[in-house]
Write a protein of this length. Structure first.
Length: 543
């Protein structure tokens, strides 16, 4: 399998003849340049990236080559811009994008969204508004539909291409603007080698093609916020971000959230955002405090009332007894959606209560006075917004062993608060003095992000540095660590995992360029010698 870059008059002996054409619509020169740039950025090979850029290919095809029309210089006629649009509490980032497309349908835009749910919702909004020429693009399509979408996009048959993560590589003819929704989302990070992310690819593609770049969200990742603070990306409507916060009831932990719910039910449905879907997923023995485990070694969770299930082998029992002391009483210290739903029913008798999870979504419209308990990312939408939103599980979220835990909690909660009624009430399950609580109270996520940037700067952590994780067998990692520390002395610090199979390099952005070039050369050498390739991940999301 190969890609034809050009056809010349001369011939080099020893080359194989082209047997068949797997795909007649090819990659544009800018996309080829993008692949080359990303191979340096992620220490990868071209074909590592081509498998994301190209649709599933047929081994043999009878189709004939087609003429690809000249790409019009539409993007060059206007000066490209780079902006970040921050949506306020109660303002949906998705609807902001939709209104922008409806107001100015003349631009040829590529819109990349974190989830398929977002793609479907945006397309429905645009279709209801009479916007034509909208095409879906992404891995959620069937192989045949992906090939068709690739062909149509490269022929200029769509004025708006909408898709999930891989749509950032769509070969859109005459592209003028790239729009990325909620770039902080982990859904924008590819979990297969070479582990690219939408934000960085969008930045590179906009530079190569000279097109505008727009990020839209209720908060920004630290990486994007750093670019905003440096002035490389401009913030739109900065005056509105500095306006006086809307007056609304905001209650924080340790106070009860019942007052917020009662206040919100007067305006419409109330949303409780929870961390876990199960009845309770963490408990131990009341007597000896031993963690509940199954015979197979897996953790035992309370799947529903009086139903205990193993998280590993899925074994279920109606009763539980400690394997150490035989005690049957349990000590629960983290409640899930099912338990919270049960407790709320006792406190608000007569009010309809709905449980909403990814496995069991609410269908139909919500009653005006109702309560919804939902896990994150699948919250049912209400046309007028929720009368109140209760943000639960704050301590669990910010105390995860993950350096992005607080940043991710901020993003999650500001996203949920975009579903709030303009005068809706809020409960925050963190103390009022916590930075995230203050960001919500003052409606300024940038305040918390600035403090996080300062803390990361002191520790030289991303986005002020670049992390590179390398995984292989322990002997290879030991040898490689010695070579890297010798060759790049003073330019990196290295840390090895407990099992010795993973090494993490922390380097400054300037030095990372030559280190990644060296790692890519090493990968080529290992490939030539038929050695197992290293697993290299640049700027991993999970840190």
């Amino acid at each position: 399998m190969g890609i034809v870059k050009e056809i010349g008059n001369s011939t080099v002996t020893g080359l194989k003849y082209i047997d068949s054409i797997a795909l007649s619509s090819g990659l544009t020169p800018p996309l080829m340049e993008l692949a080359d740039r990303l191979t340096q950025r992620y220490a990868a090979s071209r074909f590592d990236l081509f498998r994301f850029m190209l649709p599933p290919l047929l081994k043999r095809s009878t189709e004939s080559p087609v003429h690809v029309p000249e790409i019009p210089a539409l993007a060059k006629t206007s000066s490209p811009h780079r902006i970040y649009v921050q949506c306020e509490i109660g303002e949906s980032s998705l609807e902001t994008v939709a209104h922008s497309l409806i107001r100015d349908p003349s631009k040829r835009r590529l819109v990349v969204m974190p989830t398929l749910r977002d793609v479907i919702t945006l397309r429905e909004i645009l279709e209801k508004s009479g916007i034509s020429g909208v095409m879906e693009f992404g891995s959620h399509l069937t192989p045949r539909d992906r090939r068709e979408a690739f062909h149509l996009a490269s022929q200029g048959d769509a004025s708006v291409v909408v898709g999930t993560r891989s749509a950032i590589f769509a070969p859109m003819l005459g592209l003028q603007e790239i729009v990325v929704l909620d770039e902080y989302s982990p859904h924008h990070h590819e979990n297969k080698s070479p582990f690219w992310n939408t934000r960085d690819v969008a930045v590179s593609r906009s530079e190569i093609e000279g097109v505008s770049l727009v990020f839209v969200g209720n908060s920004a990742s630290l990486e994007l916020h750093r670019l905003v603070e440096s002035g490389w990306i401009k913030t739109k409507n900065r005056a509105s971000l500095l306006s006086r916060p809307t007056r609304r009831l905001i209650v924080t932990s340790p106070d009860s959230y019942h007052s917020v719910m009662k206040d919100g039910l007067g305006r419409g449905p109330v949303l409780l955002s929870v961390v876990e879907k199960h009845y309770s997923n963490v408990f131990n023995c009341e007597r000896c405090r031993t963690v509940a485990r199954c015979d197979c070694g897996g953790r035992v969770i309370i799947e529903s009332k009086n139903v205990f299930a193993c998280s590993l082998c899925d074994k279920k029992e109606r009763a539980w007894r400690c394997r150490e002391c035989g005690e049957s009483k349990i000590r629960t210290f983290r409640f899930g959606a099912e338990r919270i739903t049960e407790d709320i029913g006792k406190s608000f008798p007569g009010t309809p209560i709905f449980l909403n999870t990814a496995e069991k979504l609410i269908e139909g419209d919500l009653p005006g006075r109702s309560i919804v308990v939902s896990t994150f990312g699948v919250e049912p939408l209400h046309p007028y917004g929720y009368g109140a939103i209760v943000l639960l599980g704050g301590e669990d979220l910010v105390n995860r062993p993950f350096i992005r835990s607080e940043e991710e909690t901020l993003h999650r909660w500001f996203k949920v608060l975009s579903y709030l009624h303009k005068e809706g009430s809020i409960f925050i399950s963190l103390p009022s003095q916590h930075g995230i609580a203050q960001a919500i109270i003052q409606q300024k996520p940038t305040k918390f992000l600035n403090s996080e940037l300062t803390e990361r700067s002191k520790a030289l952590l991303p986005p002020h540095s670049r992390l590179i994780t390398i995984s292989s067998d322990s002997l290879t990692i030991v040898s490689l660590r010695q070579k890297l520390e010798s060759e790049f002395s003073g330019k990196l610090t290295s840390h090895t995992s407990t099992n010795g199979g993973t090494m993490t390099l922390k380097v400054d952005h300037k030095s990372s360029i030559e280190i990644l070039v060296a790692l890519r050369a090493l990968q080529k050498l290992r490939s030539i010698r038929n050695k197992k390739l290293l697993s290299i991940q640049v700027d991993p999301y999970e840190i």
